[in-house]
Design a protein around this ligand. Sequence first.
Ligand SMILES: C=C(O[C@@H]1C=C(C(=O)O)C=C[C@H]1O)C(=O)O
Length: 123
Amino acid sequence: MHDQVLDPADGHGAACPACESQAASEELRVRLPSAEAITTLGDARAAIDGLDAALAALLERRAAIAAVVQRLKPVGGFAGRDPERERRIVEAMAEHAPALGPDRLARIMNAVIETGLDAAADR
Ligand SMILES: C=C(O[C@@H]1C=C(C(=O)O)C=C[C@H]1O)C(=O)O
């Protein structure tokens, strides 16, 4: 098992003020269990439950921030969908998830982005 800290500013060159401000951000520490170290069904499910709890928190936070983007853009919501921005998001994510690769990540992120736009419409 190992911990890994992902800095959102990495690879972007520009710092994120909301990430740097202690008052405006929280940290989520996530244990990243190694698949090779897991040998039982119970342990595998426990590891998945831990990762899913972190994923849920990240997805909810992402949706809230995507909703802010929709309010700030000249045309928000589904009408303001930006395929080029979405392609760059997937490309950047693929660097962190080479085993999934850009095609699978694109499918995942399409669902994440569409669900976020749907949730933003309720805000
Ligand atoms: C958030 C934006 O709006 C839409 C939603 C996106 C997202 O959830 O990441 C990405 C691109 C757009 O389709 C944006 O333009 O940055």
